[in-house]
Design a protein around this ligand. Structure first.
Ligand SMILES: [Zn+2]
Length: 54
């Protein structure tokens, strides 16, 4: 893989992401961008965030 696709999931109290490589990550405050996480902690590839269609 050249990138890892992350999908944003809105939970009640936190921001929750699921990653293409099968991981899950929670941020207690802010989004992935606000937490400056650019590499997937599970597979080490650059994170590509899925576009949200609202
Ligand atoms: Zn990954």
């Amino acid at each position: 893989m050249e990138k890892c696709e992350w999908e944003l999931v809105f939970d009640e109290n936190e921001v929750h992401y699921t990653s293409e490589c099968g991981g899950e990550w929670f941020f207690f405050e802010g989004t992935r961008e606000e937490n400056q996480m650019n590499l997937c902690p599970f597979c080490g590839e650059p994170i590509h965030e899925k576009e949200l269609i609202v």
